[in-house]
Ligand binder design. Structure first.
Ligand SMILES: Nc1ncnc2c1ncn2[C@@H]1O[C@H](COP(=O)(O)OP(=O)(O)OP(=O)(O)O)[C@@H](O)[C@H]1O
Ligand SMILES: [Mg+2]
Length: 385
C-alpha cells in the first residue's frame, strides 16, 4: 500500500508543514506582540497566484492562537462591490462567527456571544448595521463596535487579529477601503483596543513597480512572498515525504528545483503528479516517476493554472506573451518588444503594465522583462503549435 498523496496543490498547507518565510513570520510575530502591548501594528501579504498567501495567513492564524489572540480569517473573494458599510458588516459578522465557533468548542462562554450580538452600528450616514434582532448598544462606527467587542473579550483574549484573504478589492478607488481601515486602526490606537489587520492578495500596496510610494506602506508594511529558495524547496519536499516514509535523492531534488523554480504551487503540483506514479514496490521517489509525470503535469495539471495568464488575457497581451516565449534569451526590453511587434512603445506599455500586475511577467532592472516562469513559455508555445 502506498500512503495517501501528501501533496495537495489545491489547498493551503497545514501550518505544521509550513516551511520557509522565516523573516515574514517573525515580522508577523512582532506586529502581534506590539499590538498585544498596546502599540497597534499591522502588515500586509503580497504575491502572485499560488505563491503561498493563503498558507501564510493560515500560519499566522496558528501563531495568533498560540498567543491566545482571536484570529479571524476570511476571504473577500468574489466581493466586487464593497462599500465601507459592507466591509464593517463583514468584519463584525466574522468576529461573531468566530466567537460562535469558539462557543461550540466550549472555549468561550456563550454569554460573550450574546453580548456581541447586542452591538449595533448606526453610522453618521444613517446606515444601520446590526446582526440580530435585539440591539441595545448602539455605536456610531466600526471602531466603536470593535472596541465594544473587545470589552467582552479582553478578559480571555490578548488581541483580535483579522486575516483578510483575496483582499485586492480593498485597493479599488485609490485604495479607499485600505485607507478606511487605516483610519479605523488609528482610532483604535487611541483607546488601545488591540486589533491587527493583515490583508493578503495580489496587492500593489508597495505602489507601482515597487516605488514604495504608497502612504499605506507604513500602516501595512508588506511581506512580499517570492519563490522558495533551493533550501526551502528541499525542506518542503523532505518534510512531506518523510511523513509518508518515502525517500528522495539529491539529484532528484535538484531536478525538481530546476523545473519548478521553487514556485510553491508549481512545486506542489509537480510532486503531486510524480507521487501518483509510485507503485507499491517503491520506497523512493525517483527520476523515472517525474519522467512518467511530465506530460500529464504540463498538459493537465498546470494548464488551468497557466491559462489565466495567457488564454484569459486580451489579444495584444497574448501577442506580447507569445513574442516573449519565442525569444530564446531570457529577458527582453520594451524597445526590443516594440521592434519585434512593430508597434509603438506607447501602445505596448499599458499591456505590459497589466501583465506585470497579473503576474504573468516580471519586471527586472529598468525596462527588462521576462515570463514569470519558464514553464509558461512551454505552455504558450504549445498553445500556438
Ligand atoms: N510556506 C509553505 N510551506 C509549504 N507549502 C506551501 C507554503 N506556501 C504555499 N505552499 C503550497 O503551495 C500551494 C499554493 O499555496 P497557497 O494556496 O497558499 O497560495 P496562494 O498564494 O494563496 O494562491 P492563490 O493565488 O491561488 O490564492 C499549496 O499547495 C500550498 O500547500
Ligand atoms: Mg489563496
Amino acid at each position: 500500500m502506498i500512503p495517501p498523496n501528501p501533496f495537495n496543490p489545491g489547498s493551503p498547507v497545514d501550518p505544521d508543514d509550513f516551511v520557509g518565510r522565516t523573516q515574514d513570520l517573525e515580522s508577523f510575530r512582532q506586529k502581534l506582540r506590539q499590538t498585544i502591548n498596546g502599540s497597534l501594528a499591522s502588515m500586509s501579504v503580497a504575491g502572485g497566484y499560488g505563491i503561498g498567501k493563503t498558507s501564510f495567513l493560515h500560519k499566522c492564524k496558528a501563531i495568533a492562537e498560540e498567543q491566545n489572540a482571536l484570529p479571524i480569517y476570511f476571504s473577500l473573494n468574489e466581493m466586487d462591490e464593497l462599500t465601507r458599510e459592507k466591509l464593517a458588516r463583514v468584519l463584525m459578522e466574522r468576529v461573531q462567527e468566530k466567537v460562535n465557533e469558539e462557543v461550540i468548542l466550549q472555549r468561550i462562554s456563550s454569554h460573550i456571544l450574546a453580548m456581541l450580538k447586542k452591538i449595533k452600528i448606526k453610522t453618521e450616514g444613517g446606515v444601520e448595521i446590526s446582526l440580530s434582532e435585539q440591539h441595545h448598544e448602539t455605536v456610531p462606527n466600526l471602531q466603536s463596535a470593535l472596541t465594544a467587542t473587545w470589552e467582552s473579550l479582553k478578559d480571555i483574549k490578548t488581541a483580535m487579529v483579522f486575516l483578510i484573504d483575496e483582499a485586492r478589492v480593498l485597493e479599488r478607488n485609490r485604495a479607499e477601503l485600505v485607507l478606511y481601515l487605516r483610519a479605523v486602526l488609528e482610532q483604535l490606537q487611541l483607546n488601545k483596543t488591540p486589533v491587527t489587520i493583515v490583508p493578503a492578495g495580489k496587492l500593489t500596496i508597495t505602489g507601482p513597480s515597487g516605488t514604495g510610494f504608497s502612504p499605506l506602506v507604513r500602516t501595512f508594511p508588506p511581506a512580499i512572498l517570492e519563490n522558495f529558495s533551493y533550501q526551502e524547496s528541499r525542506s518542503f519536499i523532505d518534510k512531506k515525504l518523510h511523513s509518508v516514509g518515502m525517500a528522495v535523492g539529491e539529484e532528484v531534488l535538484k531536478k525538481i528545483y530546476q523545473v519548478t523554480e521553487g514556485h510553491p504551487f508549481v512545486l506542489t503540483a509537480y510532486l503531486a503528479t510524480a507521487y501518483s506514479k509510485l507503485t507499491s514496490e517503491d520506497s523512493e521517489l525517483k527520476l523515472e516517476h517525474f519522467v512518467a509525470a511530465d506530460l500529464e503535469f504540463v498538459k493537465r495539471v498546470l494548464a488551468p493554472f497557466f491559462s489565466r495568464f495567457y488564454d484569459q488575457s486580451g489579444k495584444s497581451s497574448r501577442k506580447i506573451l507569445y513574442e516573449m516565449a519565442i525569444h530564446a534569451q531570457e529577458e527582453i526590453s520594451l524597445s526590443g518588444l516594440s521592434a519585434q511587434l512593430q508597434k509603438n512603445s506607447n501602445e505596448i506599455s499599458p499591456h505590459i503594465g497589466k501583465l506585470v500586475q497579473e503576474g504573468a511577467i516580471v519586471r527586472k532592472e529598468r525596462g527588462k522583462y521576462r515570463l514569470f516562469h519558464h514553464l509558461l513559455r512551454n505552455y504558450i508555445l504549445h498553445k500556438n503549435q
